[in-house]
Design a binder for this molecule. Sequence first.
Ligand SMILES: [Fe+2]
Length: 248
Amino acid sequence: MKPKSKTVKKLKKLPKKIKKQTILVISDYHAPYNHPDAYEFLKWCKATYKPTEIVCIGDEVDFHDLSFHDSDKELDSSSKELEKAIVELNKLYKIFPVCTVIESNHGSMVLRKAKTNGIPLKAIKSYNEILDAPKTWVWKFDHKINTRLGPIYFCHGKSGAAGRLASNYGMSCIQGHYHEKAQITYISTPEKLMFDAHTGCLADDKSLALGYNKINPRRPIVSLIVVVDGIPQIVPMVLNKKGRWIKP
Ligand SMILES: [Fe+2]
C-alpha cells in the first residue's frame, strides 16, 4: 500500500469547518428620523449575512431639537423626540442584542450641550441610561477589529476623501457620517493591501430633521457595509420612486 503524502496528512489536520467572521456596520440611523424601512432592511441583512459582530458607527440617534443649529419647530420637542427615538432603538436592541457603538456628533449631543453649559461629567447620565440601551451596547470613541486581512479601524467620520484615512492610519478604515458617500477604495503598498470605506446612512432623507442637507447636490445613499473575512461589501437599500425599500 502506498504511504500517504505529508500534504495529505497536513490537510487532514486543518479544522473541518473554519468559522466565518462577518461584521455588519450600521450607519447613521438618526432615530427617530431613521428611514421607515430601515428596521426591516436590517432584519433582512441579519438573516442574509448572519453577522458575528455588529458595529453601529454613530449617529444612532438624531437629537434634532438639542442641536447647536436651528431646529425645525414643526418637529417634536427634545423630550418627545427622545421618547420616539428610544422606541425605534428598542427595535435595534432586539435584533442586535450585542453592539459596539461609536461616539458621534449627533449621538453625543447631550454631552456636548452639557459641556458648553458647564455641567460636570459626573452629573451626566451614560449613553445606556439616556437611550434605555442594554449593557451589551457599548459606546467607544473609536474601535479596531482584527480580521484575516489585517485590522480595521472604525470611527464616526474623520475624512470624507476616498482613501485618505486608511493612508493616514496605515490600516483599513470604515467611517459613517458622510451620508452621501457609500464607497470602498483599495490601497496597495509593497507590504499590504488595505481598504478605506464609507458606509452611507440609514436616515430618512424626507424628514424635516435632515433638512440641513437639502442644499447638498449629492443625495444620501441608504446603505450599510458588511465585512466577510476581511473583505468589505456595500449593501445598498434599493428604493423605489416613492423612496420605499424594494426587498430582494
Ligand atoms: Fe449622520
